[in-house]
Design a protein. Structure first.
Length: 52
């Protein structure tokens, strides 16, 4: 990443627990898991030609 921005994020407890489990399974931090999933979604949207 070129530049990082710190944010506060509120998640439903169930989604948080699921993300923690996914991160643990992939041997990533929770932050890295969220970034990984968001970047994947962004790549999909951009490949489909959808605009934000």
């Amino acid at each position: 990443m070129d530049h990082e921005v710190r944010i506060t994020l509120r998640l439903p407890a169930g989604l948080h627990a699921w993300l923690v489990a996914q991160a643990k399974s992939a041997r990533r931090s929770l932050n890295s898991e969220i970034v990984y999933r968001l970047e994947g979604e962004r790549a999909t949207v951009e490949a489909d030609g959808e605009s934000p």
